[in-house]
Design a protein around this ligand. Structure first.
Ligand code: CA
Ligand code: CA
Length: 236
C-alpha cells in the first residue's frame, strides 16, 4: 500500500482525499493538534477524545484531524497506520542505504571503470573507518566477487559491505528490540529498552537520542534518529 484514500460520504475533508503514506510524519492519538486544542476549549464540543486521532502530514506538518465512531475503531486505525508508516520508513531507509553505499562506490572508483579493485576497496575501508586485516579483507573480497573477474561491481560491493558488517548478535538485538515489523533499526525508545533490559543501565530518551547521533554513520538514519546495525555495532 502506498496511499490512503478517504471515501466516506462525509464532506468535511475538502479537496484532495488521497494521501501518500510517505507523507505521514506521525500518527497522534487524542487531542494533540491545534485543531483539536480548539475543540477541547469549545463548550459545545460533543467529541470524545478517545475517538480522536490526527495524521501529521508532509514537511509543513499539516494535520488531518479525525474522529472514529468508537475508541476501539480509533485504536485499530492508529495501530494499522503506525505499522504502515514504520514499514514504509523501513523500506525507504533500505533504499537510502543502497544509495549511500553507491555514492561511496562511485567516489572510491578512482580509475572510473565502474568496478572496484582490491586496492580501491582497501582505500575505501580506511576512509569509512572500518578496520579489518588485509588477509580477511581479501578473503571477503574474493567471496563477494561472484563472477571472479577480480573486481567488485556495485551489487557485489553492497554484498561485500554488508557481509563485512554482519554481526549476528547485533542483528539479534535489532530484531528483539525494534518496535516495528521487519525494521532494520532502533529508535530512541527501542534503544532505551535495550539498554534497560540487556545492559541494566538507565538512559533518558535524550541520552539515547544523543547516543544515536554520536554513533550512527548513515546520514539518512541519523537524520531520522534511527540507529542501524552499523551504528549499533560501533556502540557495542
Ligand atoms: Ca575502479
Ligand atoms: Ca566481479
Amino acid at each position: 500500500m502506498t496511499a490512503l484514500k478517504y471515501t466516506d460520504s462525509h464532506k468535511w475533508i475538502k479537496g484532495n482525499c488521497s494521501f501518500p503514506i510517505a507523507d505521514i510524519q506521525e500518527v497522534r492519538t487524542g487531542w494533540n493538534t491545534a485543531i483539536f486544542d480548539s475543540v477541547a476549549k469549545s463548550s459545545s464540543n460533543a467529541l470524545d477524545e478517545r475517538q480522536c486521532f490526527s495524521l501529521v502530514m508532509g514537511n509543513n506538518y499539516v494535520t488531518l484531524d479525525l474522529a472514529a465512531d468508537s475508541p476501539e475503531t480509533r485504536d485499530r486505525w492508529v495501530a494499522a497506520l503506525q505499522t504502515l508508516v514504520k514499514r514504509h520508513t523501513s523500506a525507504s531507509l533500505k533504499k537510502q542505504h543502497y544509495l549511500y553505499l553507491k555514492e561511496h562506490f562511485i567516489k572510491a572508483d578512482s580509475d572510473k571503470n565502474k568496478r572496484l579493485g582490491f586496492d580501491e576497496i582497501q582505500s575505501l575501508l580506511k576512509q569509512m573507518n572500518i578496520s579489518i586485516d588485509k588477509k580477511n579483507a581479501k578473503r571477503m573480497f574474493e567471496r563477494a566477487d561472484k563472477n571472479r573477474n577480480g573486481n567488485l561491481d556495485v551489487v557485489e560491493f553492497v554484498d561485500f559491505y554488508e557481509r563485512l558488517l554482519v554481526r549476528p548478535d547485533i542483528d539479534q538485538i535489532i530484531t528483539s528490540f525494534t518496535a516495528a515489523d521487519d525494521a532494520n533499526f532502533l529508535d530512541a525508545v527501542d534503544l532505551q529498552r535495550f539498554l534497560q533490559q540487556s545492559q541494566k543501565v538507565e538512559f533518558s530518551l535524550d541520552d539515547c537520542r544523543m547516543l544515536i547521533n554520536n554513533h550512527e554513520v548513515q546520514p539518512t538514519f541519523k537524520k531520522e534518529g534511527f540507529l542501524s546495525s552499523d551504528g549499533l555495532s560501533r556502540y557495542c
